[in-house]
Design a protein. Structure first.
Length: 352
C-alpha cells in the first residue's frame, strides 16, 4: 500500500519556493514567502497557495499546537500547551492546553509573544477552534471538557472573560461555522455512542449524519449549499474504500441530504484531521501525512475527488506525525495550519 501511494502521489503544482521561519524563540512573526515563478521545482500555475510562513513559534511560551483560526484583523487564535504556566499549576494539573491569541506586528515592528487568552479548569482536551463571522467569539471543541467532563463546545469572548458551554456530552472533536451561521461539529452521539456530524443551532444539537462509514471523524468543511465534508482519521477501519483506489487509513466523507459516501482517500492524517475548502470551493486542502508519516498538505479537486490527491511537501515535511488542525478565514483564502514541528510546534499561515 505504501509503495502504491509513494509512487502515485506527486509533488504539488503549488510547491512553495521556500518557507521563511524567521519566527523563533520569543519573536514569533508572520513571514510571507512569495512563490518564485522561476523556481524549476514548481509550475507557474501556483495552485491555491501564494505564501506559507510561521504565524507563531515561541517554544518558551507554547508547544504542541493543535489548531488555529485566522481573525479578521490579522490576529490568530490557537490551541496549544502552555509552557509559561506557573509551576504550581503544572504540578496540580500537569501540562495544560490553553487558548492563545497571537496579535500581528505593527508596521515595521516585531510582533508580541502570544498571550494566553483562556486557561480555565474546564478545558481538558481542546483540539479545534473556530471564530464567529465578526471574530468576536471563539468556539473551542473539547472532547473531554466542560462542567460535566463529557465534552463540550466552549464559547469564549475574544476579549477574554468567562466562557459558556454548549453541546455538552457530545464529545466534540472539531467545529466549523457554516454559511448558514450554524456551527457544525464532529463528535459522538451521547445516547448511541456512534460517531457522527452534528449541527448546533442556538443551543440545540441536531444530527447531520451518524454512523458508518464514520469511525473517528474530526475536521469539517461545509459547502455553501449545505453539503458537509468530514475527515476521518481511521476511515479504513470501517472497510471504506473505492473500487479503483487503494485506501490508506484516513479519508474524507461527504454528507449530502442525510446520505454519506466516501469522497476522497489515499492518504493519512494527523489528529485532529484538519480540512478546509478554498473560497471557490474548487479545492479541498487536507492537513495530512505522507506514506513515511512526514507532514504533507494534500489538495483534492472537489470536481474529481476520486483522482489521487496532490501532495504538497517542503521543509515542513522533515517532521513526522506532526500535522494537525487547518482552518480558513471566512472571507479570504487565508489558512491557519497547526503543526507540532520546529522547536516543539509552529502555527503556520498559508496565503492563497
Amino acid at each position: 500500500m505504501q509503495d502504491h501511494r509513494s509512487t502515485s502521489v506527486h509533488r504539488a503544482r503549488a510547491l512553495l519556493a521556500y518557507i521563511a521561519l524567521a519566527a523563533c524563540g520569543d519573536d514569533p512573526s508572520i513571514v510571507s514567502a512569495p512563490i518564485d515563478d522561476k523556481n524549476e521545482n514548481q509550475t507557474q500555475s501556483g495552485g491555491p497557495f501564494k505564501a506559507l510562513g510561521a504565524a507563531a513559534n515561541a517554544p518558551d511560551v507554547f508547544s504542541q499546537p493543535r489548531a488555529g483560526v485566522p481573525l479578521e484583523d490579522g490576529a490568530v487564535a490557537f490551541i496549544a500547551v502552555h509552557e509559561g504556566a506557573a509551576d504550581e499549576d503544572v504540578t496540580r494539573t500537569g501540562p495544560r492546553s490553553v487558548v492563545f491569541l497571537q496579535q500581528p506586528a505593527e508596521p515595521g515592528g516585531t510582533p508580541p509573544a502570544p498571550s494566553a487568552l483562556y486557561d480555565g479548569d474546564a478545558l481538558v482536551s481542546p483540539i479545534d477552534i473556530e471564530a464567529s463571522t465578526d471574530g468576536q467569539t471563539l468556539f473551542v471543541a473539547d472532547y473531554a471538557g466542560g462542567p460535566e467532563g463529557a465534552g463540550a463546545i466552549v464559547r469564549l469572548p475574544r476579549g477574554g472573560g468567562e466562557p459558556d458551554f454548549v453541546a455538552q456530552g457530545w464529545s466534540p472533536r472539531s467545529v466549523t461555522l457554516g454559511a448558514d451561521e450554524a456551527l457544525y461539529f464532529s463528535g459522538l452521539d451521547p445516547e448511541s455512542g456512534e460517531a457522527g456530524v452534528f449541527r448546533l443551532v442556538g443551543d440545540a444539537v441536531e444530527p447531520v449524519f451518524v454512523g458508518a462509514p464514520l469511525v473517528d471523524p474530526s475536521g469539517i468543511a461545509v459547502f455553501r449549499d449545505g453539503r458537509v465534508l468530514v475527515a476521518d482519521t481511521r476511515l479504513l477501519d470501517g472497510g471504506a474504500m473505492f473500487d479503483d483506489l487503494t485506501a490508506s487509513e484516513a479519508g474524507v466523507v461527504l454528507v449530502d441530504r442525510g446520505q454519506a459516501s466516501v469522497f476522497a482517500t489515499g492518504f493519512a492524517t494527523g489528529f485532529p484531521a484538519g480540512v478546509a475548502l478554498t473560497l471557490d470551493e474548487g479545492t479541498l486542502i487536507i492537513s495530512g501525512q505522507g506514506p513515511d508519516r512526514r507532514d504533507t498538505v494534500y489538495l483534492v479537486n472537489t470536481a474529481a475527488p476520486r483522482d489521487l490527491p496532490t501532495a504538497v511537501t517542503d521543509v515542513f515535511s522533515e517532521e513526522r506525525d506532526s500535522s494537525a488542525g487547518l482552518k480558513r478565514a471566512h472571507d479570504a483564502n487565508v489558512f491557519i495550519w497547526a503543526s507540532l514541528s520546529y522547536q516543539r510546534g509552529t502555527v503556520f499561515r498559508i496565503d492563497g
